[in-house]
Design a protein. Structure first.
Length: 344
């Protein structure tokens, strides 16, 4: 039985990198994925006033997974509209509470640090915290204007993301870094620290470290090799994973998975990079982050052997120096090299 995948290529470079990833999937395992493509994007918004149809979530519910390219075209649609109309509602509706982002250098990629030996798995809480969307504005446009944005941390939400982090750590080097700012934020972050301590009793083999977000940002630059699994709230995880992308050579290499570990609904896989309107017409978008996200999707779908073959082809490609330097190769050249490596 093929896996049924909803494709949302989206805007800008989301389209060519999604094409590249699907070409690789078709070559690696013909017929394994049955895809249905949805044109939901800022263009759809301009034509219909919505990023996706009213029943968009219900439509997606029937799929085994969602693959998303990138969303956003800020010159025509404000990001606060496009993202709250598509990406963020999907993460919330399907309770994709674990956002997983691997940060390591692929062979042949020279990062900005003088180190190569790091392998970090960032796990970002993806449904609540600072991005809960609770808040409001009063006295808008006047000198008395007030804007309030409330971060929400529930026991259920904090426990499940930390438990997921501990479980991931058990499959890796058994080290977990819990990220807070509990010296300054004395309610939510002290609570997070407490839950980390409670759960660590269930996972005695995992060595737990507590870091403040500012300190771990510095550590990711100065001593990234000391980190294994890093668990952080929505905002902190968002920022740290762009830093993670930077140390792995750039956003062109940063893959991600938005997972519902309970598997009640579809999980979503997407490169971390955005739609990059500035380079979208040049044909030089790096498809590596999208192809790596495909690997994460296949792993999630239980297709570990195919996932491993594609990851090996990706590594063989970068080891030859293809796709390792921004702008050096076109999207098509990099994709062709991965397809060739799959044959070899
Ligand atoms: C990401 C992105 C999104 C996020 C934006 C586009 C809303 O930056 O996936 O990291 O912050 O979640
Ligand atoms: Mn981000």
């Amino acid at each position: 039985m093929p896996h049924r995948i909803a494709l949302i290529p989206g805007d800008g470079i989301g389209v060519p990198v999604t094409d590249a990833a699907m070409a690789v999937a078709a070559k690696a395992a013909p017929g394994l994925l049955e895809t249905v493509s949805f044109p939901w994007s800022c263009q759809t918004y301009l034509e219909t006033g919505r990023m996706m149809p009213e029943d968009g979530i219900e439509t997606l519910r029937g799929f085994d997974a969602i693959f998303l390219g990138a969303v956003g075209w800020p010159a025509k649609v404000p990001d606060s509209v496009s993202l709250h109309g598509l990406l963020l509602p999907i993460r919330k509706a399907f309770v994709q509470y674990a956002n997983i982002r691997p940060h390591r250098l692929l062979p042949g990629v020279v990062g900005p640090l003088r180190k190569e030996d790091f392998d970090i798995l960032c796990i970002r809480e993806n449904t609540e915290g600072e991005y809960s969307g609770a808040g409001g504005r009063v006295h808008q446009g006047t000198a008395d204007e007030v804007a309030v944005e409330t971060a929400i941390f529930t026991r259920a939400g904090v426990e499940r993301i930390l438990r997921f982090g501990f479980e991931q750590a058990m499959t890796r080097r058994r080290k977990l870094a819990s990220v807070t700012k509990s010296n300054a934020q004395k309610y939510s972050m002290v609570f997070w620290d407490e839950v980390t301590r409670e759960l660590s009793a269930e996972f005695p083999e995992v060595e737990v470290s507590h870091y403040h977000v500012d300190a771990i940002a510095a550590r990711m630059v100065m001593a990234p090799e000391t980190l294994d699994v890093v668990v952080a709230s929505n905002l902190f995880g968002d920022i740290l994973t762009d830093l993670g992308a930077a140390i792995q050579g750039g956003l062109g290499f940063a893959a991600s998975a938005n997972i519902d570990p309970t598997r009640k609904g579809p999980s979503m896989f997407e490169p971390v990079h955005g739609s990059a309107p500035d380079i979208a017409h040049l044909g030089v978008a790096n498809p590596i982050a999208a192809i790596w996200s495909l690997v994460m999707m296949l792993d999630h779908l239980g297709e570990a052997a195919t996932a491993a073959r594609i990851m090996a082809a990706l590594e063989a490609t970068t080891a030859q120096g293809i796709g390792t330097v921004p702008g050096k190769n076109t999207t098509d050249e990099i994709t062709a090299a991965v397809l060739a490596a799959l044959e070899a």
